[in-house]
Design a protein around this ligand. Structure first.
Ligand code: ADP
Length: 374
């Protein structure tokens, strides 16, 4: 019976799981972006969308339950028919004098015992199909390429970079975002990366961090010892990265800074905050370093959160620093202070700085300009 209905049963299970994850992500997104929803007056639209999700889910649950009931009813019918057949067959054999009434009683008892076992076994089959569907969805996630770390922990003093004929496209059928890029960066150089939105600046940074691999070409980090190392997830051991947006975690400012270096002393934290132009505002907070930031850095402004994120990178004291529009929420004055501090105090560190203010390029040694057809 289960074999007969298995395609339909699997289909409903798959649709149910999908609708559940859609529903949950919608809920999560709604709660995370309440401000956008309120300011765009999206309450009614979102409520309607939620109703649609609920109706769709309810219908799927109904269809799935109905199918399960049909399967169970057919199975019960088959069992009962088996019982009746056994009884009729026994009665016939008694009437012929081939078996005794005692044999029939024992036989019927045995049939009911076997039925119980078979019934339990049959109950496992729908569970098995439901598990198969779930495991298939988990496999889809786990099929993403696994990152391999070789376990290297050595952090070089200085790092240069060679980019040779690198091209990248997200899809074989799509045009290249970066085409045949060759570029050399000496240890300690500050590179300003500029270009219009969509030119591939973040994509290039993602390649430097080995979050994405080039489709063609090579990227090699060169150390002071002269040794070269192709970009790989291991490279992250010597890179401090400040991504776009607000990336502070829920917790105190101190806990956030210690993500950069768990052994950081108060003195180290203050030094990093000063360099990130964040010391004076942190010092003015009643709880200072112990100030608790709620979800999405609640309690401080976006520019202040960015400066703490930059201090977190400073505290990790890596030879390569990447700022991906990390100063976008800052006023020009604070951005200039931070970039000047980097230029003055980070002479041995190689820095990649994506910025939209051309006036900041004076703090860089070289400018890499990406255009839509780089
Ligand atoms: P930038 O940082 O210069 O604004 P990005 O590197 O973020 O640009 O994006 C470069 C181009 O790649 C854009 O056209 C963008 O639409 C595309 N892109 C970015 N991420 C993806 C992705 N995950 N899949 C497909 N295309 C993407």
């Amino acid at each position: 019976v289960m074999l007969f209905f298995r395609q339909k049963y699997k289909k409903y299970q798959l649709l149910l799981r999908k609708s559940e994850s859609e529903y949950r992500s919608f809920m999560q997104e709604t709660l995370a972006d309440l401000t956008v929803i309120k300011t765009f007056r999206m309450e009614d639209r979102n409520q309607q969308k939620m109703e649609d999700f609920k109706t769709k889910r309810l219908r799927l649950i109904f269809l799935n339950s109905r199918l399960s009931s049909i399967i169970t009813a057919i199975m019960r019918l088959v069992y009962s028919l088996g019982y009746v057949v056994a009884f009729c067959w026994g009665s016939y054999r008694i009437s012929k004098g081939e078996i005794t009434y005692g044999t029939l009683t024992v036989f019927i008892t045995l049939v009911s015992q076997v039925q119980g076992a078979v019934s339990n076994l049959a109950g496992v089959v729908p569970k098995m199909y439901s598990m198969l569907v779930s495991s298939k969805r988990i496999c889809e996630v786990s099929e993403n390429d696994k990152e391999v770390y070789s376990g290297k922990t050595d952090v070089p003093d200085s790092v240069a970079l060679e980019i040779e004929n690198v091209s990248f496209s997200y899809d074989d059928n799509k045009p290249e975002i970066i085409s045949d890029l060759s570029y050399s960066v000496r240890a300690g150089e500050k590179i300003g990366i500029i270009g219009p939105s969509g030119a591939g600046k973040t994509t290039l940074i993602r390649m430097l961090l080995a979050l994405t691999a080039p489709t063609k070409g090579e990227m090699v980090y060169r150390f002071d010892s002269g040794r070269g190392e192709a970009v790989s997830p291991d490279s992250r051991r010597f890179i401090a990265y400040v991504p776009q947006g607000n990336t502070l975690m829920t917790g105190t400012i101190e806990e956030n800074l210690k993500i950069g270096n768990k052994d950081a002393t108060e003195e180290m934290m203050f030094k990093a905050l000063k360099m990130a132009s964040a010391y004076s505002f942190v010092n003015k907070l009643p709880d200072g370093l112990k100030t608790v930031l709620s979800e999405k850095s609640g309690g401080i402004s976006e520019g202040q959160a960015q400066r703490i994120a930059i201090a977190r990178a400073f505290i990790s004291d890596k030879p390569v620093l990447i700022l991906d529009e990390a100063t976008s929420a800052l006023d020009e004055e604070n951005e200039a202070v931070i970039l000047k501090n980097i230029s003055d105090e980070y002479q041995d560190k190689t820095c990649f700085i994506i910025t939209h203010r051309n006036s900041m390029l004076k703090y860089c040694d070289k400018v890499l300009k990406l255009s839509e057809n780089t």
